[in-house]
Ligand binder design. Structure first.
Ligand code: 3MF
Ligand code: MG
Ligand code: MG
Length: 428
């Protein structure tokens, strides 16, 4: 490519001649190939990574943003996921079934088409979720005061349990996004939470019935918390709030209900996602995990995994690998508005999967690293002292060992940037 001369003294201002529209995809394809480090579709399929219908079909719209990409259907998304090597697919009911067709014959015709599309591409449905936040019927939330709204909510979650069994899913997720309020004092929090529990109870009971009929295991019912959006105040804003809700006595089948934490949803309120995940693991409730990235105390920016906080992500995966998490990693992010429809699959999903795999394998390296291993063992051995009632003696016994905390953190950065394998940087 012919370059125009750079402005003096600034190598970054060197720019190319315009690239005609019909050459842009080739440029993107050539540069993403030049990046290297891509895994084969066969390798990618070895991981329990799921691609949501809504993430791939996201058109770049938001409150202040018009769409930047065309609509795409599930046949297209499933085929593209298969080509990349994303072996699992997840969907909301209304991502694929129009609201007025839910529960009707038209729904089952669509489900049949989905089954054909999945089978034809060797992709499996891992998770289904009822959308209880977007349609006007949810204006006052899925557990509104009016009984007919709540009865309708029950039919929606029960219908999705049925669709999930039909599609062979193992998980169903609930993001009660609109369970909350904008203005103060109009709704009763306790009644609302009771009513929401009734909806989950209805879903679990229908699940038990269908699973018995179909000789399938019951689904894993996963609650997903988000601290802000779309309500101003949210009744179950964090994964911890949801753990308390599961244990509150309101659920008839609490053993069927666990969590689908989302990395960014925890980060958004200022939590350490790793600690939130640890608490879910301790409670035996880490069923499903939405993976993405973003910033603390900002809105739900849904950036691709590892693009903002790769070091934290490495540590998250060390935690999950060390403690045997074996559920799905669901790519719940939004390809940026600047990414074209071509880019969504060529760049956005392919690289999200590859960053995840790289970080997962790196986490294996961190777990096996002899330096981290020895440092951790030394910290756990302590210095040894005879009088454990003597604060000064206990402090002295550990004083030098505690430097290992920072040494371990340094080693993890070395692993992240490849220095543990001898990557060196010129001092120029
Ligand atoms: C919103 C979300 C949701 C949930 C989904 C349930 C649209 O911030 O994260 O994605 O994940 O509704 O799976
Ligand atoms: Mg989200
Ligand atoms: Mg999510």
């Amino acid at each position: 490519m012919e370059s125009r001369p750079a402005k003096s003294g600034d190598i970054r201002s060197s720019y190319m001649t315009p690239i005609p529209e019909n050459q842009q995809q080739a440029l993107v394809a050539r540069l993403i190939k030049a990046c290297g480090g891509a895994y084969s579709p066969e390798t990618r399929r070895k991981y329990f990574i799921s691609g949501p219908q809504w993430a791939a079909a996201y058109q770049g719209q938001a409150l202040f943003h018009a769409p930047t990409r065309p609509t795409v259907d599930f046949e297209f998304v499933i085929r593209k996921y298969a080509e990349i090597g994303i072996g699992y697919w997840a969907t909301h009911d209304t991502d694929v079934i129009p609201t007025d067709a839910l529960g009707k014959d038209r729904q089952w015709e669509i489900v049949d088409r989905i089954q054909k599309s999945l089978a034809g591409n060797g992709v499996r449905c891992s998770m289904v979720t009822a959308e209880t936040f977007h349609h006007a019927v949810w204006a006052a939330g899925p557990a509104a005061e009016a009984p007919e709204v709540r009865e309708y909510a029950k039919t929606r979650v029960q219908n999705m349990v049925e669709v999930g069994h039909e599609l062979g899913a193992g998980f169903t997720v609930y993001w009660p996004g609109s369970l909350g309020y904008y203005v103060q004092g109009a709704i009763d929090e306790i009644d609302t939470l009771r009513w929401y529990a009734e909806t989950l109870n209805a879903a679990c009971e229908r699940d038990i019935e269908i699973a018995a009929k179909k000789s399938r295991p019951v689904l894993k019912h996963c609650l997903e918390a988000k601290p802000f959006e779309p309500q101003a105040e949210i009744l179950l804003p964090t994964s911890d709030a949801m753990l308390a809700f599961i244990a509150s006595g309101l659920l008839k089948h609490p053993q069927m209900v666990g969590l689908n934490p989302e990395y960014l949803h925890e980060l958004m309120w200022g939590a350490a996602p790793r600690a939130a995940l640890a608490r879910a693991l301790l409670a035996g409730k880490l069923f499903h995990f939405d993976i993405n990235d973003g910033y603390r105390l900002k809105h739900d920016v849904d950036i691709g995994v590892g693009l903002v906080n790769p070091l934290d992500w490495l540590n998250v995966l060390v935690l999950l690998r060390s403690h045997g998490y074996n559920g799905p990693f669901n790519l719940d992010y939004k390809p940026p508005r600047t990414t074209s429809q071509f880019g969504v699959f060529e760049v956005s999903f392919a690289t999200a999967v590859d960053r995840f795999i790289t970080l997962w394998e790196m986490a294996g390296e961190a777990i096996a690293d002899p330096i981290i291993g020895e440092a951790t063992a030394a910290l756990r051995a302590g210095g040894g002292t005879t009088d454990v009632r003597d604060a000064e003696a206990v402090t002295r016994a550990n004083r030098e060992l505690l430097t290992l905390h920072e040494l371990i953190a340094h080693r993890l950065v070395q692993i992240l940037i490849g220095q543990h394998r001898g990557r060196v940087f010129s001092l120029g």
